[in-house]
Ligand binder design. Sequence first.
Ligand code: UD1
Length: 418
Amino acid sequence: MRRLAIYGGKPLKGELTVQGSKNAALPILAATLLSAEPCRVCNCPDLTDVHTAFQILEGLGARVDYNGFEAQISSANIRTPEICDALMCKMRSSVFFLGAMLSRFGKAKIGYPGGCALGARPIDLHIKAMEQLGVTFQEEAGTITATLSRFRQGTVRLAFPSVGATENLLLLCAISKGETVILNPAKEPEIVDLQNFLNGMGAKIQGAGSDVIRIQGVHKLHGCSYRVMPDRVVAATYASATVACGGETLLRQTNPEHLTSFLEVLKRTGAEVDAQKAQLRIVMKERPYSVGMVKTLPYPGFPTDMQPLLMAALLQAKGTTVFYETIFENRLRHVADFQRMGADIAADGQIATVTGVGQLHGAKVRASDLRGGAALAIAGLSACGYTEIGDIGHIERGYVHLEEQLRLLGGDVALIED
Ligand code: UD1
């Protein structure tokens, strides 16, 4: 069983280069299906979720060559529109292959996607929007068969700005007839990255990151070479660790513009934040201050993925912070493990009230989801004594060697394999 062993209680000091974004890479990997010509995806992080995407592509008949950083994908010989259940349920992002396969082949056969258990996580918004554009769905024994016989151009309004549904619509409509307009789309930077990648393949998409996305369908796309954006959640993880432990860290190859709402809150903790064009320096000289209320919202609001990370940073803050998780109904599972480490948290539904304690102590805990697991590592680094984190498979879905990265920042962290 693989575990993380952490001896905490020391300030951090060091620097590292932030990995490529998982949430940008995954829809981009699905988008490589849209052309028979090869695509090159650089800064593609070496993560289990990325390898699942490779397995899905290979299962469909694509050729994938990956060297741990750069993926070359050729989808010239796709032989089936069907993805097996075992791969579908490994991650939520398998759902992107629905839009990609419909765009290129007019047909897709998939099971329901898996992913972190943060709540119900239905795909009704994806399905409803696609139906408006002419896709028909049939479901039998958990398998969804989607068919696109005749694309119906038009305007689609999302009832909620779902990240995945917005990305699936970009994938579906990139190759189509006429213009599709998406109203109330999600505005996350990863959607802009997908738009840029698709436009690099010859698509005509504009407006990602704003309130309206316009897709002028094209007949065919070509191959391209693209560099995935830096991972903003991973950057927020190391910044939160610095606030939790104190010290000074430099995060290279990051885009502070993607972190605006997070950094505003971080400054209120007392952290000195020096945001340059592509790097971020965080200096934390004293015990953090609490920050009042943090409410998670769609971008550009405070990101739900950063809620567990910031909470970990504020477990020892002076005063009380109230976290209101509005995006997912079950995203406070890290609270019970924080409490095992001595944290003072009152949780009720989607609200957690955190009153900073003078000192946390190490404990044996288990990662219950990806970001919650990384948050336990932050808490472990700031706690006095030994912390052991089990079930780190969740963490490995999104962090390239978290233990090595934290060691670069001066953390005493080891991977135990037995
Ligand atoms: C993406 C991110 C995830 C992040 C989330 C919110 C990826 C691979 N994952 O997930 O890290 O936490 O955005 O920023 O990019 N919903 C529905 N029906 C749908 C779709 C969504 O009810 O058809 C609900 C979800 O259950 C959730 C909320 O809408 O409560 C947000 O989901 P969504 O924005 O779609 O997140 P994901 O794309 O799953």
